[in-house]
Design a protein around this ligand. Structure first.
Ligand SMILES: O=C(O)CCC(=O)C(=O)O
Ligand SMILES: [Fe+2]
Length: 365
């Protein structure tokens, strides 16, 4: 992820010692007045929707078609038979758990720097809201070894082994490497479903240079979940995000007709979200999905987001094969860095900020 992502990250502030709180502090109590309606706290009606995002078996011969349909209609789906070993997901989860269960003063030793990207802190989108979110996060960009040394001065190796160099004898699967491969495979399916060969997009593919960051999120059990917000509604500034969630639900996606729909944890499955850059690349046919995380009274929830984007020098623009006189480009070319700058400034209006005004009949801005 480019360094200008720091533009989107304000100094970490108000990190709470969640475990000591028996009541929701005013600073974390959301009401409809605090945010746009898409961020109203969860209601009973939200959970009454029976339909949820499709679960796609990547071994299914029809996987490409199913992925295309899910991208168009939901902007999100879950995948099974994705090739990521359960043991690796278990290890990431337990590493996250041990990180977030450290005392606050210890976690703050690895706090995200004011102008930095990596490290511990509140949700990066917090600066756009007057209320704080009931969550804490840890962002990994590049090697986390310095932060791991600060967090676990006597035992930083276990973190190092999961994220960076892993001696093949100890563990031949590596989170970043495996997720990168999966992201490339998913890009192939998504492009294929748009009628584009992966080879036609020179930076896309399992062995290509896509960039990524890893975001660990923890949502502690909350004394007043109906008035709290784990992570406010947003779209991801990625091409796609691969999300591992532990066995506790909380992720919701916005479906126009049904409102907020819960994405239940499916054992062994990973959630895939379409990000804004894929929205641009597909010239709007694959919408980036608005999503949020809600919290609950009894269980800590953990998620690990693999934020996948293009190499930093690549300009993302609507794919030329999708364009013709009746389908002109809807977005101007942007690099990931430029887009993160737009997100930092405009947040959920960032896509509109790079949209082209097309004065043609039938095409409105
Ligand atoms: O925890 C979740 O389910 C969502 C996390 C998320 O949306 C993110 O990290 O961007
Ligand atoms: Fe997200």
């Amino acid at each position: 992820m480019p360094s200008r992502v720091s533009d989107a990250i304000k100094p970490h502030r108000h990190v709470l010692d969640f475990t000591s709180l028996k009541e929701l502090p005013e600073s974390h109590a959301w009401s409809s007045l605090d945010s746009p309606s898409s961020n109203n706290p969860p209601t009973a009606a939200d959970s009454s929707v029976s339909e949820s995002v499709p679960v796609i078996d990547l071994d299914d011969p029809k996987a490409q078609e199913l992925v295309g349909r899910a991208c168009k209609t939901w902007g999100a789906f879950q995948v099974k038979n994705h090739g990521i070993e359960t043991s690796l997901l278990d290890r990431i989860e337990s590493t996250g758990k041990s990180l977030f269960s450290l005392p606050t003063h210890q976690k703050l030793k690895a706090a995200r720097a004011v102008d930095g990207v990596s490290g511990y802190g509140v949700a990066r989108i917090s600066s756009f809201f007057s209320k704080l979110m009931w969550s804490e996060g840890f962002t990994i960009l590049g090697s986390p070894v310095e932060h791991a040394r600060q967090l676990w001065p006597h035992d930083y190796n276990h973190f190092w082994y999961v994220y960076t160099y892993v001696p093949p004898i100890l563990m031949h699967v590596q989170y970043d490497k495996e997720m990168h491969k999966l992201a490339g495979r998913l890009m192939g399916l998504m492009l294929g479903s748009l009628g584009i060969a992966q080879e036609d997009v020179d930076w896309a593919g399992p062995n290509k240079e896509g960039a990524a960051a890893i975001q660990l999120n923890s949502y502690p059990a909350c004394p007043d979940p109906d008035r709290a917000m784990g992570l406010a509604a947003h779209t991801d500034s990625t091409l796609l995000t691969i999300l591992y969630q532990n066995n506790t639900s909380g992720l919701q996606v916005l479906r126009d007709a049904s409102g907020w729909v819960t994405v239940p944890p499916v054992p062994g499955a990973l959630v895939v979200n379409i990000g804004d850059l894929l929205h641009i690349l597909s010239n709007g046919s694959y919408p980036s999905v608005l999503h949020r995380a809600v919290v609950n009274r009894t269980q800590q929830r953990l998620s690990v987001a693999y934020l996948y984007g293009p190499p930093s020098n690549v300009k993302i623009s609507p794919l030329s094969k999708l364009l013709d006189p009746t389908h002109p480009p809807l977005y101007r070319p942007v690099t990931w860095t430029e887009y993160l700058g737009a997100k930092a400034k405009h947040f959920n209006e960032a896509l509109s900020s790079v949209r082209l005004c097309i004065a043609r009949t039938g095409l409105v801005n």
